[in-house]
Design a protein around this ligand. Sequence first.
Ligand SMILES: CCCCCCCCCCC/C=C/C(=O)SCCNC(=O)CCNC(=O)[C@H](O)C(C)(C)COP(=O)(O)OP(=O)(O)OC[C@H]1O[C@@H](n2cnc3c(N)ncnc32)[C@H](O)[C@@H]1OP(=O)(O)O
Ligand code: NDP
Length: 296
Amino acid sequence: MNHTQGMLRDDALRGKTIIVTGGGTGLGKSMATYFLKLGANVVICSRRKDVLDEAALDLEQTTGGSVLAVACDVRKPEQIEQVIAEAIARFGAVHGLVNNSAGNFISPTERLSYKAIDVIVDIVLRGTYYFTLALGKYWIEKEIKGTVLNISTTYAWTGSGWVVPSAMAKAGVLAMTKSLAFEWATHGIRLNAIAPGPFPTKGAWDRLFPAELAEKFAFENRIPLKRVGDHQELANLAAYLMSDFSAYVTGEVITLDGGEVLAAGQFNFLNEVTGEQWDTIEGQIKNANRSSKKES
Ligand SMILES: CCCCCCCCCCC/C=C/C(=O)SCCNC(=O)CCNC(=O)[C@H](O)C(C)(C)COP(=O)(O)OP(=O)(O)OC[C@H]1O[C@@H](n2cnc3c(N)ncnc32)[C@H](O)[C@@H]1OP(=O)(O)O
Ligand SMILES: NC(=O)C1=CN([C@@H]2O[C@H](COP(=O)(O)OP(=O)(O)OC[C@H]3O[C@@H](n4cnc5c(N)ncnc54)[C@H](OP(=O)(O)O)[C@@H]3O)[C@@H](O)[C@H]2O)C=CC1
């Protein structure tokens, strides 16, 4: 057994229909793959229909599951409603939503136009609350105990320079996750979030870790566990949170980052102190302790 293997029993999501926004690429496609293996019907949606169609074919061939691909810009409520209508027509009902679609790129904030900020905030925050609202209304009306999983980031609460629009939007997503988890608990609707660290995908690496940076920074050294995430690790956690095994978990944000976010610890620079230096330091501190005892 290791972290690259599926974790849940084969029927863990059987009977559920789950919409994965941005499910044609990257982490969305990896989550969709695992949901299908666990017996779910999966609906993938994003802007590029050709990418979705190719992904749907691939997903069905590799898992044997049922996939519906619908073009949708998550900033457009009428397109979201169309996805939900087509999903219900094909599978009878919708039980889960993974808000995974995102836009992001690194840039000094003062270089951004108003539109550049809007485009990120609109995809990440507006897209997430539009889709959640549309499904929430449907679930409440039909008395379906739906489940929402939001894909956030660790800098949603630490903040981060050079990705300010994304940080603002992902922070809003977290606030929505916790707020609605309380409000809609009365309807049996659960909302949780995952804050992933670095998981290599073409979409993220092209825009956040381009060649110019990759050559200069061995950023894996900043991660306490000294590696990037494996997509199956994220898919395992996502499947658990979408399944009834997590029926008592709501309003939670789970960090999955090899400890990267812990780097902010004030004394973490001590990582670089050698054993010999520690011998010296220990002696110095003990001397200081003795001196202060004598003085008192
Ligand atoms: C050193 C350590 C690094 C480790 C890396 C670890 C990774 C950690 C992960 C962090 C957590 C978050 C990750 C993610 O969110 S990854 C998701 C990435 N995937 C995507 O972004 C996919 C979708 N993205 C897009 O389609 C585009 O990037 C975009 C969001 C821009 C939308 O495209 P669209 O075609 O709709 O928009 P335009 O191209 O017309 O652009 C709109 C305006 O934005 C301006 N712009 C675009 N790029 C830049 C840039 N690089 N710098 C400045 N401005 C930019 C563009 O000019 C438009 O504005 P104007 O019309 O006013 O010019
Ligand atoms: N990879 C990583 O290390 C990390 C990723 N994340 C998060 O994980 C999620 C997936 O990212 P990742 O797989 O890396 O990147 P991708 O670029 O592969 O995924 C982003 C997806 O969003 C879709 N999308 C973009 N704009 C819209 C829109 N307006 N409407 C509908 N869909 C849209 C894209 O499809 P299309 O272009 O066809 O619309 C694409 O499928 C994101 O939420 C990201 O913030 C968080 C932390 C780390």
